[in-house]
Ligand binder design. Structure first.
Ligand SMILES: [Mg+2]
Length: 373
């Protein structure tokens, strides 16, 4: 058995250009900044994890720059000499030194899983309890452009058999204009594709109670996070008032959040993200709470590149409660692959790669090309 003690920690920043700008209510991105963390062990095995946020620090306060600083200055002295398999104790030590910063912790935690699994010659999902599935449906996220533009994009994806479900971002326009736009798209796609919306916490309770029923009438199948993350009571009231499910995203980062949401039935679906929750094990813990409360889960994304996407795919494939598909489309939005062998997307689904660890290998030339100088 190789020596699993961590000998060196390396954080690398990349800027990966996108195929088209990706817009959120409060931010837009043309390129996705990515932090890769490499954990090199004494025995020669290296694990990799990815730190990434959607279009900068607006979502959760972290950015790749804060993550690299936290990893280099505060995590590295704690990690050196520890064994990559001692994950829970190591994460506790990191949290004793650094509060919050869950996206940075996720990068390290995934790298520990990758190195440990590689040293054992098994896939990461084996360390998470084994497979519940080997592929998962991928919803495509449409931007905040006009109804015609996004409906055309959706119909093209549908015709090509690439995606069968679509998510629209809301919150950048007035509620009346936004609802009219989404209703027009939902009516165009009615009967041929599922339409979901993400308000990214932009609305308040009265706006939500006034406008969301109109989206349900237009055929929207799911409403993601209408109100700010801490507003659990408002989220619960909205969830109880609507005939379609409300999904928690910004309100759900920790297992304690999951317990509170379940207790209030504040959401009918949980969006799991390995990034926002500090890694694979916390994501599993949230999914266990969801399963106990009979709440289905969805595999969410922070627009991860291929390493983060594959980590999230292992978590989703090892978790029976993930029955509402995924939005693991990050690599499809990026102009270039970072992997030696691209991820396998087919028939609207992402397929789990085979092999030890995460089962993917970075292309060193691509990493060098997008590395921030
Ligand atoms: Mg969301």
């Amino acid at each position: 058995m190789s020596d699993l003690r961590i000998e060196r920690v390396e954080a690398v920043l990349l800027d990966v250009p996108l195929r088209r700008p990706h817009r959120f209510a409060r931010a837009s991105m043309d390129a996705q900044p990515i932090m890769l963390v490499f954990l090199h062990t004494q025995g020669g095995v290296t694990g990799v994890g990815e730190g990434v946020v959607p279009a900068g620090p607006w979502w959760g306060g972290e950015s790749v720059e804060t993550m690299a600083l936290i990893v280099e200055r505060y995590f590295t002295p704690i990690l050196l000499g520890r064994r990559v398999e001692d994950i829970d104790a190591t994460m506790t030590a990191l949290t004793d030194a650094v509060a919050n910063n869950l996206f940075a912790k996720a990068a390290v935690e995934v790298a520990m899983h990758d190195a440990w699994a590689r040293s054992l010659g098994v896939p990461v999902h084996t360390l998470l309890g084994g497979l519940a599935r080997t592929n998962i449906p991928v919803t495509w996220a449409l931007g905040t452009e006009t109804a015609e533009v996004v409906a055309d994009e959706a119909l093209a994806k549908l015709d090509a058999g690439l995606h069968h479900s679509f998510k629209l971002k809301m919150g950048s326009q007035s509620p009346a204009d936004d609802v009219a736009r989404v209703a027009a798209v939902a009516e165009k796609l009615a009967g041929s594709a599922g339409v979901r919306v993400d308000i990214n916490a932009r609305w308040d309770r009265p706006t939500s109670l006034t406008w969301l029923p109109r989206l349900a009438e237009a055929g929207v199948e799911l409403i993601e996070q209408p109100v700010p993350g801490p507003e659990f009571e408002d989220l619960a009231e909205i969830n109880h008032a609507l005939p379609i499910p409300v999904m928690a995203d910004e309100s759900l980062r920790t297992p304690a959040d999951a317990l509170r949401l379940a207790r209030h039935r504040a959401a009918d679906i949980f969006s799991l993200k390995t990034t926002k929750s500090g890694g694979l094990r916390a994501t599993r813990a949230i999914a266990e709470i969801a399963a106990a409360a009979n709440i289905p889960c969805h595999g969410g994304t922070s627009i991860e590149g291929p390493i983060g996407t594959t980590a999230s795919l292992h978590a989703a494939c090892a978790t029976p409660a993930v029955t509402w598909g995924s939005e693991l489309f990050g690599p499809l939005l990026m102009r270039e692959e970072l992997l030696a062998t691209p991820l396998h997307y087919a028939d609207g689904e992402l397929h789990l790669p085979e092999g030890p660890g995460l089962g993917v290998e970075l292309d060193p030339a691509a990493v060098a090309r997008f590395r921030r100088s």
